[in-house]
Design a protein around this ligand. Structure first.
Ligand code: SAM
Length: 284
């Protein structure tokens, strides 16, 4: 439960614990953060998705595609694919469509829920669901829909966080632990599961997928620089946690000062990871 004041979200019946307008500092800031978060991991994700057969696929969909930054990479780098995106939030659907139109990219975006996509059965060779399941009160239902729309022998790839293993720093920043506890309480109050990363292979297997695989994709500031980390992490989400009563302003103050000292120190690092699990729909 929130530490101060009343919770603004306390329902387990919401369709999702993610709302681009309210999770951080508004939809423009959140769109910019999502873009940076894609850039942070894309090189490694692309290699992993290729190893899962992305390049050889024909019809590909990203469910919960947000403003469309992963699909944009795919459209530029895999021009032979027939690309589709599905997104629940109408504002993000508009943003994705506008970006694809501006860049003359042939990506079809549908406004619908991952729980009831409206796609025909066995429609796609490759189904990507990135940073969505962690926000759903019923990820099992979403996974059954993912299985339904995947072709027999086709691949589903699910990517999520696990907030016990999220952003790390060197030298260590102990306040991060409190921020993640607060973040987990906020998302859990909204019906999400911010620790779902560790369960992804189990969930895929329980849904009926086979050939289940699991990887962790990691980004390190000594390799990528600090700037991309500050754009993809930022302070908008912790600030929102303070505003909503999940995090004390004094912890936020300590965190900001400690973080500034870490980034200014000549020998420092930021590390972040994503959990990725891939599996096939059985052929019979
Ligand atoms: C953290 S964003 C990730 C966006 C994108 N996949 C990416 O990796 O940049 C989560 C996205 O899932 C969408 N979403 C949440 N619940 C959904 C649902 N039930 N059906 C479809 N999309 C959903 C949100 O609107 C949001 O765009």
């Amino acid at each position: 439960m929130p530490q101060q004041g009343a919770p603004i979200f306390a329902s387990r019946t919401r369709a999702s614990s993610y709302d681009a307008c309210s999770i951080g500092a508004g939809i423009d800031a959140e769109t910019a953060r999502l873009s940076a978060q894609v850039d942070l991991f894309w090189e490694k994700e692309r290699r992993l998705y290729e190893s899962y057969g992305l390049g050889a696929a024909r019809r590909v969909v990203e469910l919960g595609c947000g403003p469309g930054f992963v699909l944009r990479h795919m459209a530029h780098e895999f021009p032979g694919l027939e690309l589709h995106g599905l997104e629940l939030d109408p504002d993000l659907v508009v943003r994705a469509r506008e970006m694809f139109a501006e860049e003359s990219l042939d990506v079809t975006v549908r406004e619908a829920s991952i729980l009831d996509t409206g796609y025909e059965e066995r429609a796609f060779d490759f189904v990507l669901v990135r940073l969505v399941l962690e926000h759903l009160p019923d990820p099992e239902r979403a996974l059954h829909e993912i299985l339904r729309i995947t072709k027999p022998g086709g691949r589903a790839v699910v990517v999520d966080n696990d907030f016990e293993m999220h952003l790390m720093a060197s030298p260590p920043v102990p306040e991060l632990r409190e921020v993640y506890s607060a973040y987990c309480r906020a998302r859990e109050d909204e019906g999400g599961n911010p620790l779902i990363g560790r369960d992804l292979p189990l969930l895929l297997r329980e849904t009926g997928f086979v050939d289940v695989d699991y990887d962790i994709v990691a980004a390190h500031s000594a390799v990528l620089g600090d700037e991309i980390f500050s754009r993809s992490e930022g302070i908008s989400i912790p600030s929102r946690l303070v505003q909503d009563g999940y995090l004390s302003s004094s912890t936020m103050g300590h965190l900001s000062r400690r973080w500034r000292d870490v980034v200014r120190s000549p020998r420092h690092a930021q590390i972040r990871q994503l959990h990725v699990s891939a599996a096939r729909r059985p052929t019979i």
